[in-house]
Design a protein around this ligand. Structure first.
Ligand code: HEC
Length: 183
């Protein structure tokens, strides 16, 4: 399948899934909010609140989390290239990337509401079968970002590189356990 075709098929997939969510969540009406456990992280960085999700329409949740994950991937590339050409302004550049992570911060349980699997989503059912483990994976991720932030405050390149590796492992660990590639 060529790229354009793939994109088309994927878009259609997103639309199908979106309308599924629209129908299923619309029928739940206001109770949708009750499904979601809001567990604010310490620091209270702007999170995507239930109100925002409700505004966007729960149908967009799969697309929303994919977009957030894409930002994460972009951020990892940025950190990688910053560490490769370490200079006087590198710590500040890392700070900007970390801010980008935090600007996308939300409780993963909001991004993965019950029933939001299937279709184009690569979310594994294990997310809902083992919520404690999923929570640990997300805690590991935010903890790694905190450690990376501490390293850049100290302007310590070796510690930044180490923090970057740990952060990368936290992505991989979660994907290994909770993401199922569908192609
Ligand atoms: C706590 C679990 C968890 C963590 C941590 C996590 N991810 Fe993901 N990621 C997922 C799941 C689950 C999916 C599949 C989502 C879906 O398709 O509905 C995913 C999907 C993705 C995708 C594909 C998005 C798309 O368009 O289909 C990318 C890219 C990605 N993650 C990058 C990252 C990077 C980079 C990090 C770390 C900086 C990271 N993720 C951290 C769980 C996680």
């Amino acid at each position: 399948m060529d790229v354009r075709m793939f994109k088309k098929v994927r878009l259609i997939g997103i639309l199908v899934v979106s309308s599924f969510f629209f129908v299923s969540f619309a029928s739940m009406g206001k109770n949708h909010g009750d499904l979601v456990i809001v567990d604010k992280q310490p620091g209270d960085f702007p999170a995507i609140s239930n109100a925002v999700l409700a505004h966007k329409g729960a149908m967009g949740v799969v697309k929303l989390r994919m977009n957030i994950m894409k930002v994460y991937a972009k951020n990892m590339k940025s950190i990688f290239s910053i560490t490769r050409q370490w200079g006087a302004d590198s710590a500040d550049k890392i700070d900007a990337v970390i801010k980008s992570f935090y600007s996308q911060e939300t409780d993963f349980s909001i991004l993965f509401p019950v029933g939001s699997h299937g279709g184009v989503s690569e979310a594994s059912l294990k997310i809902w079968e083992k919520p404690g483990e999923f929570k640990s994976a997300s805690d590991e991720f935010w903890q790694a970002i905190k450690v990376l932030d501490e390293a850049r405050v100290k302007n310590n390149k070796a510690a930044v590189v180490d923090g970057f590796r740990k952060l990368g492992s936290s992505c991989k660990n979660c994907h290994k356990n909770f993401r199922e590639k569908i192609n």
